[in-house]
Write a protein of this length. Structure first.
Length: 134
């Protein structure tokens, strides 16, 4: 694998292209099947919001990974992975908790869909992080 240079904004955008591609694929899939999802009591707005939220968090985490890769301290990469996990945990956990408190007509299946999106984004994010590390 080739080493990724993250020193400027243009290279950062080139790094997150797979994340943006995944976002577009998920958003289009949810939009295409929105009628079928609504028939099965899956809230499309929750799915789209989860998709956007996880994309933003993944982009932030990639920036953390790229900053840690520049650091000479080997503990920096471990700390950046832990920080990224904690950020995702609190933000996504808070979003789910807030949704469950605020919304009277809850869509638990949409939350499970968001969890599936999280797994997909994590796979792509970790593959990008491995390319940054090399």
């Amino acid at each position: 694998m080739t080493e990724l240079n993250t020193t400027n904004q243009k290279n950062y955008f080139a790094i997150i292209v797979p994340l943006i591609g995944l976002y577009i694929a998920i958003a289009c899939t949810v939009s295409i099947f929105s009628n079928k999802l609504n028939q099965n009591n899956i809230n499309v707005n929750v799915l789209q919001t989860a998709n956007i939220l996880i994309l933003v968090l993944s982009c932030i985490n990639i920036k953390l990974y790229s900053n840690a890769a520049k650091n000479k301290n080997p503990n920096a990469s471990v700390q950046s992975v832990l920080l990224a996990t904690i950020i995702k945990l609190f933000v996504l956990g808070g979003a789910v908790f807030g949704y469950l408190i605020i919304e009277k007509n809850r869509s638990v299946y949409a939350i499970f869909g968001g969890m599936f999106f999280y797994i997909l984004y994590t796979i792509v994010e970790k593959s990008i992080a491995m390319k940054i590390k090399k």
